[in-house]
Design a protein around this ligand. Structure first.
Ligand code: SAM
Length: 239
C-alpha cells in the first residue's frame, strides 16, 4: 500500500505531513510508548547523553513536537528553543511542560527548511524523529548549518535500517502489520501510521544520510546504529 507521499508536489507533501501530526498530536506520546514498548524513552535518554548540553548553552530542538528531547536538555540547564511546523504538537508540548513545572523553554512555529532565526545563534541543533518528515532534507540541513555558531554541533536521531538478519525480518513484519493496526485502534488513524511506517522505509540508510550531512557543510560526521540500526544517531560539527 502506498500512501502516495512521494508522488505529490513538495507543498502537498508538507501539507499532508502537517495533517498527519495534527491528527495524532493528542495521542502521540501514548502511541510512542505502545509502538516502541517504551524503548523510545531509552533512545532519547541516550541521544541527550550524547548531545551533553551544558548550562547556558543555546540549543535549537527542531521538529521538537511535544518536547521529549527539549525537556531532557532543559533539565541539564540548557536554554532550549523548541521549534516545530505543527502548532497542535507544540500546544501539547506546552501543556506537558506546564504540568511538569519545566520553565524557560521558547516555543516557535517553524518550517525546518526555512528558519526565521538569525545565523550563527545556537550552540547545538537537535532533531529527533523529525528529519524524515521534512520534504526538502538538504534544505533543512543547510539551515541547521546556518543557524549554528562555528564550533556548534548538529545531532540527529532517526529511524534507519536494521542490519541484524533475523531481527530485521521480525521488525519489518511488525512495522508493516502491527503498527498501522495499533494506530487504528489507539489513535483512530490507520492511515497516519501507515504513512509513518512508509516514511521510515523510504528514508536513506546510515551512510547515505551521513553523506547528506557532510554535503551541507558539516565536518567530522558520525553515524551510530542503535538496535542493529532500527534507529541511528548522526552528528556533525560546524567548524
Ligand atoms: N522530536 C519529537 C520526539 O522525538 O518525540 C517529535 C517527533 S515527531 C515524530 C515529528 C515532528 O516533526 C512532528 O511534530 C512534526 O510536526 C514535525 N515536522 C514535520 N515536518 C516538519 C518541518 N518541515 N519542519 C519542522 N517540523 C516538522
Amino acid at each position: 500500500v502506498s500512501y502516495g507521499f512521494q508522488e505529490v508536489a513538495p507543498e502537498e507533501k508538507t501539507r499532508r505531513v502537517g495533517s498527519v501530526f495534527a491528527r495524532v498530536a493528542a495521542r502521540y506520546d501514548l502511541m510512542n510508548d505502545l509502538m516502541s514498548g517504551g524503548l523510545h524513552r531509552l533512545w532519547k535518554d541516550d541521544f541527550v547523553r550524547a548531545v551533553n548540553p551544558r548550562g547556558g548553552e543555546r540549543i535549537l530542538d527542531m521538529a521538537g513536537g511535544t518536547g521529549d528531547i527539549a525537556f531532557r536538555m532543559a533539565k541539564r540547564g540548557a536554554q532550549v528553543t523548541v521549534a516545530d511546523i505543527n502548532p497542535a504538537m507544540l500546544d501539547v508540548g506546552k501543556e506537558r511542560a506546564a504540568k511538569r513545572g519545566i520553565e524557560g523553554l521558547d516555543w516557535s512555529e517553524q518550517n525546518a527548511e526555512v528558519l526565521s532565526f538569525e545565523s550563527a545563534g545556537f550552540d547545538g541543533y537537535t532533531i529527533a524523529f523529525g528529519i524524515r518528515n521534512v520534504t526538502d532534507i538538504p534544505a533543512a540541513l543547510r539551515e541547521a548549518y546556518r543557524v549554528l555558531k562555528f564550533g556548534g554541533r548538529f545531532f540527529c536521531l532517526e529511524f534507519s535500517r536494521c542490519e541484524w538478519p533475523v531481527f530485521a525480518d521480525v521488525y519489518d513484519a511488525y512495522s508493516m502489520n502491527v503498527v498501522p493496526k495499533v494506530g487504528k485502534v489507539v489513535a483512530r488513524d490507520e492511515e497516519a501510521y501507515q504513512y509513518l511506517v512508509e516514511s521510515i522505509r523510504r528514508f536513506p540508510d546510515m551512510s547515505a544520510f551521513r553523506s547528506m550531512i557532510a554535503e551541507a557543510g558539516f565536518a567530522q560526521t558520525t553515524a551510530r546504529p542503535i538496535l542493529g540500526g532500527v534507529v541511528a544517531m548522526h552528528s556533525g560539527w560546524k567548524i
